[in-house]
Design a protein around this ligand. Sequence first.
Ligand code: ZN
Length: 439
Amino acid sequence: MNNNPNNQRKDPDYFIDPRWPDPNGAQGARNNQNRQTKGQPRQNQPRTNRTQPNNQPPRNTQPRRQTQSAQTQRPPQRQNYPPQQRQSYQDTYDQFPPVKHRSRQAARKAAGLIVLTVIVLVMLLVSVMIFITRCVSGEISEKPETDPPVTTPEVITTEPPDTDPVTTAPETTSLDENYTYKTMTLDDLHSGYQILVNYQNAFVFDSSKFVIKPFYGNKNLSYKVRDTLVSFDKTALSWFNEMMAAFEADTDRHDILVNSSYRTYDEQDQIYQIKVDQYSEEYASMFVAMPGFSEHHTGLAVDLTIYTDEKESKTFEDNTDYIDWMSENAHRFGFILRYPSEKTDITKIGYENWHYRYVGKPHAYYMKVNNLCLEEYIEALRSFTFDGKHLNMTDDEGQKWEIYFVPATSETTEVPVPKNYEYEVSGNNVDGFIVTIKK
Ligand SMILES: [Zn+2]
């Protein structure tokens, strides 16, 4: 084998494992020397060698040349060292090389830092995801809170007219078995006991179906009438008779006088012109309706005064007993004080304690109890549609009533009416029909 003394190693830390064979001899020693002179890091070599099993040739030829050549060049003084000491030193060196040790620690630190960074990044990502999902869910939960005030009022105000039975064709609508349809015309819209006649809604003479009769010959003895021509609606007249009989029974008086009731257009025009001539147009319009806009055209309104047995004329204004009794009892007979003092802003007519209007018992009762004038009541009834909630009430005499409103359509309107109950249908003279059921 090659044994070149020139290849002796000067490095005392250098170690050659004598157990390794030398396949290349001097060539390996030269290579080894060249490496040393070039300053190649030494620590890599022993580590590579140590990874090889002792009794087997190393797979890597490079370290094998080094060790073999170095073995042959081992200096004599080196042989004095105990091989075990060198071995253990080298073992320690290999197992814990300073550089390697630091690099492992650094690697571990780096790995730990990487793991920490990854964990932090994952936590950040998760928190960002949670934040985004909360934002999205927050927007979703906020929308129902903000939208309903905007959308629901519109739905409420716009849908009822669209879903009312008026717009749905009667042929396609299936009614409850307790109801049937009654066809109402435009004439019917302007007739009936709940028609509203005021400064905005003229009375339609040609549409009127009221049966006008004179008081004279149809009245009882509980009251008086101005002349034989004063006339009233037939139904309203019979209720007026009952009311005056009750008044006489309660007060033992029979001196209420019907001063004025039904008026034609010309009669109203004459009265209006007289008031304009006597006072002014402003005053006349305050207490006398324009021709065509007077409730007296309907035959459902009366103006009352007092005419005593001593042939003395008095007004209601001077006799609060009459006013009080009428105010407390008129509704029991279907009459209302048409122009109350606190409703002049709505009626546009000054307080008339002598003017009473027949509307029917349940309607008069409801207005009395709820302190509504006719304008307010007609408006309130519009919310009690047939498809919606009906106005159910029991009056102060224990009678039950059911009332609902049906908006008018074009020429005819199919109004649902009960099959098994007594009922009335009245136009409101504006936009629909009022069904009154006695139960
Ligand atoms: Zn009047």
